[in-house]
Design a protein around this ligand. Sequence first.
Ligand SMILES: [Zn+2]
Length: 161
Amino acid sequence: MKQNGFIVYKLPKLSILLRILGFDVYYIPKGNYHSVIGLAKKENKILISRLKLLRKIPWILYLSSDNIDEQLKEIISKLNLLIPQDNLFTRCSACNSWLEGISEEEVKMEIPYSVRGKGYWFKKCKECGKIFWNGNHLITLKKKFDYLNITYINDNNEKNR
Ligand SMILES: [Zn+2]
């Protein structure tokens, strides 16, 4: 399946998780669903929503669960999503832009004291400047992704699809 990314309507946690997995997510926190549908059509993106009245429209992915893990499972199975392993932790979960690897030395004044000198990698968002590192929360996330049976592929396979 060719996919141009997602529009996620009113599901903030899900949009964060999908971005961490490397997907292009345009998050819409509020607003009229008519304009959201219009945008999804125009941009050729898959609209993900929990709005019951949209569940019969075939190209809109209606999620039946309120549980974030179940939602991710549902998306992965319905869309047969494979996650390019290299895409993991490449996108800013806050604003959807690309992250850039950066040395601890360069960001040491911007990170909590408690994460310094631990050997973590650091990445900074090119757009909003938010800094990420592979602390405990990332280990927890990876465990979650393993538990959800996420299938990773390498980038070469991705290009052949
Ligand atoms: Zn950002």
